[in-house]
Design a protein around this ligand. Structure first.
Ligand code: NAD
Length: 498
């Protein structure tokens, strides 16, 4: 059986090879290949190569670095369908969705192509007599990127191009559930002319992550995954002196006010609730209907759901399988818990008839009405195709519900009332807000990140915050007196401007 290897020193590398994990085809339920799981020794071997390569890359000129970025952009654009096929084969999302994921990653590469402008410092001429002050941003060295299963290309691409453009060496630790896209990206960096060792892939699990979090040569870690692991990564990494940005889980609410266009709101709720089988950190999982919206909106949503085809993502369906059998069992257990807690099950995805092999990890779109806080189907992140309608009496009740939630990744409001929308975007305690837009993923030149338990650390991904995360600021104060200027002489006072 094929083994997905690490990538070290510009080529595939098997490492110690003492532990392997299974990688499934979620649409058949079969083990399709295996993946190497790094040992502590493998971490050392990869980081030491990265550290050496990183020293040279940090010294490479901005034009040389940018030329590689531009070239990588072309290679990725040309080979995007290969990446999308690898994603669908291991994650299960439908091909169009996988292509969309690559496109959003490509946009970050394009942003990183602007590195010369992004890394420009400031200069103040003559702050004192003969004295100028200027600022630099310098690379950190080796940085780790740890990514989740749900975006095997896009999430690595949120960080890797920016880190590389800033002059760092990157070690990517992909999800062990869908590791193949990472090797395609590695091949493409090599094809684009990136020197060997500047980008490495360390396949594996907690052993690999812990190795990166504690290695003295790894200066920063960007993590994306579930909240408990994000919290652990943040605490462990910072305790070892690293800069860490750890993006965690989500429970995204979409608020619908009575004046909203309900047809548009129904389209949005179905798209954002069931796209990628709900396995998106920006998926809508709680639909907050301000009275009397739900009475009209729930049937509109249910009728759209009846038209969705669940099946093998390679066969032109609307929604693919869940990523593993274990994950499907977990999501199904939330459906059972919702029924037991008294929520009203409007559409039961457990009864789906998929267009695909019977062994696939299928669960169809599921809709609950009359869900309330206190039910696990509302309180917890499900990360599957389960949409819960929560009925509230007023706008204030809706806002209070969103703000009381543990998570603060994304949210949306649907309304025709500009004043209400403006009030919502100011008052809601969430990092990314959509107004009549259900999945408000910021463009690459803005920064992506949530609030509260959806992000640990201070900086968001990509945009200027990404550039700041992957560089250290330095301010230089220089004195070049005129040849005829008198010497200042000894002065024990604190320096003051003249
Ligand atoms: P996960 O937390 O299980 O795994 C994420 C990464 O951490 C993987 O590379 C995994 O190998 C590693 N990991 C897992 N357990 C670990 C441990 N105990 N110690 C160290 N490393 C560990 O997440 P997942 O299931 O792959 O992805 C889904 C989660 O990611 C969801 O919670 C989703 O909301 C979140 N997510 C968040 C964002 C965001 O932007 N906030 C984006 C995508 C996904």
């Amino acid at each position: 059986m094929d083994v997905v290897t690490h990538w070290r020193a510009g080529e595939r590398w098997t490492g110690s090879g003492d532990r392997l994990g299974d990688v499934y085809d979620p649409a058949t339920g079969q083990v399709a290949r295996q993946v190497a799981l790094a040992s502590a020794g493998d971490v050392e071997a990869v980081v030491s190569v990265a550290a050496e390569a990183g020293r040279e890359w940090a010294a490479a000129s901005l034009s040389r670095r940018t030329a590689v970025l531009f070239s990588f952009r072309e290679v990725l654009a040309r080979r995007r369908s290969e990446v999308a096929a690898a994603i669908t084969a291991e994650h299960g999302k439908v091909l169009d969705d996988a292509l969309g994921e690559v496109q959003r990653g490509l946009e970050v590469v394009e942003f990183a192509c602007g590195a010369p402008h992004l890394l420009k410092g400031g200069f103040s001429d003559g702050v004192s007599t003969g004295v100028d002050v200027y600022s630099l941003r310098q690379p950190l060295g080796v940085v780790g990127v740890v990514s989740p299963f749900n975006f095997p290309a896009m999430v690595p691409l949120w960080f890797v191009p920016v880190a590389i453009a800033c002059g760092n060496a990157v070690v990517l630790k992909p999800s062990e559930k869908d590791p193949s896209a990472s090797l395609l990206l590695a091949e493409m960096w090599a094809e684009a002319g990136l020197p060997a060792g500047v980008f490495s892939v360390l396949q594996g699990d907690k052993v690999a992550v812990d190795g990166l979090l504690t290695h003295p040569d790894v200066k920063a870690v960007s993590f994306v995954g579930s909240t408990p692991v994000a919290r652990y990564v943040y605490e462990t990494g910072t305790a070892h002196g690293k800069r860490v940005q750890a993006l965690g889980g989500a429970k995204n609410h979409m608020v619908v006010l009575p004046d909203a266009d309900l047809e548009a709101a129904a389209d949005a709720a179905v798209s954002a609730g069931f796209g990628s089988a709900g396995e998106r950190c920006m998926a809508i999982s709680a639909l907050v209907c301000v009275d009397p919206v739900a009475d009209a909106l729930v049937p509109l949503i249910a009728s759209r759901m009846a038209a969705l085809v669940t099946g093998d993502g390679r066969r032109g369906c609307d929604m693919g399988p869940l990523v593993t059998g274990e994950h499907r069992a977990k999501v199904t257990s939330y459906v059972e818990a919702g029924v037991a807690a008294g929520a009203s099950l409007v559409v039961d995805g457990r009864e789906v008839v998929p267009t695909g092999e019977p062994g696939g990890f299928w669960l169809g779109p599921t809709l609950f009405d009359r869900v309330e806080p206190g039910m696990s189907v509302y309180d917890e992140e499900i990360f599957g195709p389960v949409l819960s309608v929560v009925r509230v009496a007023t706008y204030d009740d809706a806002l209070a519900l969103v703000n009381a939630n543990l998570y603060g990744n994304g949210t949306a409001i649907f309304t025709h009332d500009g004043g209400a929308a403006r009030r919502f975007q100011r008052e809601v305690e969430v990092g990314m807000v959509g107004i009549n837009v259900p999945i408000p993923v910021p463009m690459a030149y803005y920064s992506f990140g949530g609030w509260k338990s959806s992000l640990f650390g201070d900086t968001h991904a990509h945009g200027t915050e990404g550039v700041h995360f992957f560089t250290r600021g330095k301010v230089v104060t220089s004195r070049w007196p005129s040849p005829d200027a008198p010497r200042a002489g000894v002065d024990l006072g604190f320096p003051q401007h003249e």
